[in-house]
Design a protein around this ligand. Structure first.
Ligand SMILES: [Zn+2]
Length: 136
């Protein structure tokens, strides 16, 4: 834990530009600003990834994301907002402390997704969905 920069931010040992805080989560801007207004929401207690979150932490992050999304919209008026998180080394993470990014976006930004995407057959998707439902 002592090597975790996010835990140090929570403890006040590393300065950070905080924009939001509640009992279980904290939001700050000390990250590469993909676009102005880019905010990161992290759980306060050290949890390495989404699998480690308890329900209270998950609820706090979701609440923080919704509140910050409204605030970012009011402050920066982006055309949209990307909300994402990534887990583990395969996702290119270097800090293993659960967090979510809120990135204000505009239509001419480089990253884009097309719809509809090329999907596997519906029966394949349904089989995958059933495996997830069975695991819930
Ligand atoms: Zn940590």
């Amino acid at each position: 834990m002592t090597d975790c920069v996010f835990c140090k931010i929570v403890a006040g040992e590393v300065p950070a530009t905080k924009v939001y805080e509640d009992e279980a989560s904290i939001a700050f801007m000390d990250i590469g600003q993909v676009n102005p207004g880019h905010v990161l929401v992290a759980v306060k207690a050290h949890a390495e990834d989404v699998y480690a979150l308890d329900d209270a932490q998950a609820a706090a992050v979701a609440r923080g994301v919704a509140r910050l999304a409204r605030a970012i919209r009011a402050a920066f008026a982006p055309e949209g907002l990307s909300v994402y998180q990534a887990n583990g080394r395969a996702a290119g993470q270097t800090v293993f402390h659960y967090h979510v990014h809120l990135v204000p976006r505009n239509l001419n930004d480089a990253m884009s997704f097309t719809w509809p995407v090329q999907n596997p057959p519906r029966e394949t998707l349904e089989a995958h969905a059933q495996r997830i439902r069975a695991a819930l």
